[in-house]
Design a protein around this ligand. Structure first.
Ligand code: 48F
Length: 259
């Protein structure tokens, strides 16, 4: 009988190729210029802009799918809204949109998948899902990387020691939880305020203004920034998240160029 597949791949080869490829990348990610914790809109867009400037970037997300809060749209209705201010960014990322009432309507599925596809198109960005940041790495009085563990191990609360990935700068883009800033706050008090009530117009301004350097080497963007500084929370509107990622990329590249 004629075979449909003329280049069959054995199970043994599948295992070998996957392990070799994955661990080559993970080995390479032991040291980067920037580690971004959280693959939501602010983290992913920041990664893209830093990679365009030539920095070596590692993106870590604890969940199965990168994309953070984009996928869910609004109350599970798969649409999100962006301000016309970011129309240029949507064009650059090749994300289709429709304009109505002076606002842009975007499918959350095309937004998340295009942002992820763009991120994975850079050789100098390594993206790892199912890896949780569990602590900060602090050397010479500056944040110098993160402590990580496998998310399944974290979920099961197994007693398995984590490992360190080093970097010259770290971005907390973990969304509402602001995980890294909270970890920093456990050792050195930061004025952590917690996000304020829902207000799209105020929250979207706040998220850009609150994108800052928290301590030498540690930056915060996106919803995490509003959580830290008491900015208003917001629903399925995402222009501020992209502009926060853009501001974080500028702050981080200025910091890296100066150190
Ligand atoms: O929450 P998220 O999408 O971050 P964002 O860039 O965007 C916020 C919006 O999605 C939304 C909003 C719209 O206006 O307000 O909330 O601020 O993505 C955060 C990502 O961080 C991951 C998490 O799985 C999510 O994908 N994350 C959280 N904790 C950790 C983590 C951790 N400890 N280690 C690694 N990733």
């Amino acid at each position: 009988m004629m075979k449909n597949i003329t280049n069959p791949v054995s199970d043994e080869k599948i295992s070998r190729l996957i392990l070799k490829s994955y661990f080559e990348d993970l080995y390479d990610a032991v040291s980067s210029d920037v580690i971004i914790a959280g693959a939501g809109p602010s983290g992913l867009y920041c990664a893209i802009l830093l990679a365009q400037k030539g920095f070596k970037v590692t993106v870590l997300d604890k969940k199965l799918s990168p994309g953070g809060g984009i996928w869910g749209g609004a109350m599970s209705f798969n649409r999100v809204i962006l301000q016309k201010d970011v129309e240029g960014i949507l064009k650059e990322l090749e994300i289709p949109y429709k304009e109505e009432e002076n606002a842009l309507i975007v499918s959350s599925i095309s937004f998340a998948s295009s942002l992820i596809a763009k991120t994975t198109s850079f050789n100098n960005i390594k993206i790892f899902n199912l890896i949780s940041v569990v602590d900060l790495y602090y050397i010479d009085e500056k944040i110098s990387g993160v402590v990580v563990n496998n998310s399944a191990i974290e979920l099961q609360k197994l007693h398995v020691d984590p490992m360190v990935l080093v970097s010259r700068a770290v971005l907390d883009a973990t969304g509402h939880e602001a995980v890294l800033v909270n970890l920093y706050n456990k050792r050195t008090k930061v004025d952590l305020v917690n996000e304020f009530f829902m207000n799209a117009e105020k929250g979207e301004e706040d998220v850009i203004n609150n994108t800052k350097m928290i301590a030498p080497g540690l930056f915060v963007s996106g919803m995490a920034a509003n959580n830290v500084y008491g900015g208003y929370r917001m629903g399925p509107i995402f222009g501020g998240m992209l502009l926060s990622g853009k501001k974080a990329a500028k702050l981080i590249s200025d910091y890296l160029n100066a150190h």
